[in-house]
Design a protein. Structure first.
Ligand SMILES: Nc1ncnc2c1ncn2[C@@H]1O[C@H](COP(=O)(O)OP(=O)(O)OP(=O)(O)O)[C@@H](O)[C@H]1O
Length: 276
């Protein structure tokens, strides 16, 4: 019975109902951290972070070493559980389903990709669907997406370069049929040319497949060039959350500008050399 007992809605209830309808109509963020804390002894690796990532966005997570980026990311697929707060995938608490089921809905690529050494490329790519009892994915299509020659399907991981291995890792993540891709320093061990090419390919894939991508990187230039939003962490907290254009225009505060200063100074030095 509505408030007041008269059988009609009070003003207060209409307001609440309307707010509820608006919330239902709005798509929840693809991924959200809600007041999340993770401590290791006296260290708060993540210290009360709230962050909502809209579906379709490409977020770069940057910050100096030890600022909490990996810990934050790993709480999304429950490689780490928070001490406080919640993580929501498509609006639902990630603890609401078994971790293996959750992980099948999230593509996760990290630095040392950990391909199974005794399985060839095709089997590595297909491992997720196989374990889940789902049909074998189209390996050729996935190799095409990450721009690897189809004849690599039969190669063993030891017969690949580092860059090729990372591409297989991305193909394996995409084989999960996920819309959410988490990349934790996935290009960290690559030479600059390969890293640049793979970054561009990732951005193109993000657009082609309408993914939501979160890229942890140490490289501010990479963040500025690939992302639509750059989130800066320091000592477990978010200290800036800006578009690349806003950062380039001097926004985001001191910690963000200290990171932007590095590629900017390099670009200026290179430009000066060209005019010598
Ligand atoms: N398993 C652990 N046990 C103890 N301390 C940890 C553990 N994992 C992370 N930490 C600490 O938590 C803090 C955040 O670490 P995290 O790996 O999230 O940072 P990061 O920003 O990803 O660093 P990097 O860029 O070097 O990978 C650091 O102080 C780190 O030493």
């Amino acid at each position: 019975m509505p408030e007041g007992g008269s059988g009609t809605f009070s003003q207060n209830q209409w307001t609440k109902a309307r707010a509820g309808l608006i919330l239902v109509a709005m798509e929840p963020p693809a991924l959200a951290w809600d007041r999340v804390v993770k401590r290791y002894g006296a260290v708060a690796a993540v210290d009360g972070v709230s962050l909502a990532v809209a579906s379709g966005s490409f977020v770069a997570l940057v910050g100096t070493s030890g600022s909490g980026k990996s810990t934050l990311l790993k709480m999304a697929n429950r490689l780490i559980d928070p001490d406080e707060g919640r993580v929501l995938l498509d609006g639902r608490d990630v603890t609401g389903e078994p971790a293996p089921t959750l992980r099948r809905r999230i593509g996760y690529v990290f630095q040392h990709i950990g391909l199974f050494p005794h399985l060839d490329v095709a089997r590595n790519i297909a491992i997720g669907p196989r374990v889940a009892g789902r049909p074998t994915p189209d390996i050729h299509r996935l190799l095409d997406l990450v721009e690897l020659p189809r004849e690599l399907a039969g190669r063993m991981p030891a017969e690949l370069s580092g860059g090729q291995r990372q591409r297989v890792g991305i193909a394996r993540a995409l084989a999960q049929d996920t819309k959410l891709l988490l990349m934790d320093e996935a290009f960290g061990a690559l030479d600059p040319v390969t890293r640049d090419a793979l970054g561009r390919r990732l951005r193109a894939l993000h657009d082609e497949l309408a993914l939501t991508t979160i890229l942890v990187t140490h490289d501010m230039a990479e963040a500025l060039l690939l992302a639509t939003r750059v989130v800066v962490m320091r000592a477990g907290r978010i200290v800036a959350d800006e578009t690349p254009a806003a950062l380039m225009a001097g926004g985001g505060g001191d910690a963000a500008q200290a990171l932007v200063a590095v590629p900017r100074a390099q670009a200026e030095q290179l430009a000066a050399m060209a005019h010598r």
